[in-house]
Design a protein around this ligand. Structure first.
Ligand code: ZN
Ligand code: ZN
Length: 164
């Protein structure tokens, strides 16, 4: 366990949290790429340990998730699932990415061809993955919690891509 303290680009938002594992995760989905200009790098923290002060603005990016940013400078702060308020803090808030190490890439098959992360780490592809199929079901306007039952999907997709 170690205490993390980070800040946005302008310093108006201060974030503290407790970290269990020194892990970095990257997401290459369409929304993260548009949000960050490349990929969203996050650090897992102990649930309930995050304390935030400063001018935070949130954007409800889907029915089940939100993204937060500093209302002064626009720095990305977190991605959160709204039903449990579970936040994945942006690695860029912390010096040296909190001294964490890259362990997992989400939606590696959605990464642009022109760059790649080096090193030995796990990659989860969007296509053909049973767990991440839930995102596609949701993107197609299905109830994501009907995974093991007959899905009730709208005929018209809500979005041509992933909605996260
Ligand atoms: Zn700021
Ligand atoms: Zn993403």
């Amino acid at each position: 366990m170690s205490e993390l303290k980070g800040q946005c680009m302008c310093g108006a938002v201060i974030v503290t949290a407790t970290r269990a594992d020194p892990v970095l995760r990257a997401c290459h989905c369409d929304m993260c790429r548009r949000w960050t200009s490349s990929m969203y790098m996050s650090v897992p923290t102990t649930p309930g340990s995050i304390v935030v002060t400063g001018p935070v603005k949130t954007y409800r990016s889907s029915d089940w998730a939100e993204r937060a940013f500093c209302n002064t400078c626009g720095s990305a702060l977190w991605y959160a699932t709204v039903h449990d308020d579970h936040k994945s803090l942006a690695a860029g808030l912390f010096d040296n990415a909190a001294n964490n190490t890259m362990k997992l890439e989400f939606f590696s098959d959605l990464k642009p061809d022109g760059y790649a992360l080096t090193g030995d780490h796990n990659q989860i592809e969007a296509v053909g993955n049973a767990f991440y199929a839930v995102f596609y079901r949701y993107a197609r306007h299905c109830d994501p919690f009907l995974l093991n039952r007959q899905a009730k999907c709208a005929k018209t997709p809500r979005s041509p891509g992933l909605t996260l």
